[in-house]
Design a binder for this molecule. Structure first.
Ligand code: CO
Length: 140
């Protein structure tokens, strides 16, 4: 069911400062920022050879990462994202296994224009896991 690690997401209080760190100090390729009002975040991506790091800054008053940053004012690892071939099949299988899906349980279009959903961290030993459809299912 699970495919590649797509990204690790870090919530940050200042996206421009985080982008400067990764671009200028860490000497990495950084893309963005992009506003994602549907998800309540502004996003930039640090491109690495085998994966990427997603930098997240709150966007709007009711951003889902606002509370996380209250608890972690200097930022921190927020979630990891793993690819799946078929997100509806993965969702149905996990629900049968008792894993809770956040929100209304329907995939939303994520940062890469592909469907994503989030699994409840309490059902995953404290880790917020994002699933992203890799696009392989829709190609075949
Ligand atoms: Co993500």
């Amino acid at each position: 069911m699970l495919g590649r690690l797509n990204h690790v997401a870090i919530a940050v209080p200042d996206l421009q400062a985080a982008m400067r760190l990764w671009r200028d100090v860490m000497d990495a390729e950084v893309k963005g920022p992009v506003d994602q009002p549907d998800h309540g975040v502004r996003v930039a991506f640090v491109e690495l050879p085998n994966t990427r790091i997603e930098l997240l800054e709150p966007l709007g008053a009711d951003s889902p990462i606002a509370n996380f940053l209250k608890r972690n004012p200097s930022g921190g690892i927020h979630h990891i994202c793993v690819e799946v071939d078929d997100i509806h099949a993965a969702r149905d299988r996990l629900k049968e296994q008792g894993i809770r899906i956040l929100g209304d349980g329907e995939p939303k279009i994520g940062a890469h224009g592909l469907p994503v959903l989030f699994l409840h961290p309490k059902d995953l030993f404290g880790t917020l896991l994002e699933l992203e459809e890799s696009g392989e299912a829709s190609k075949s």
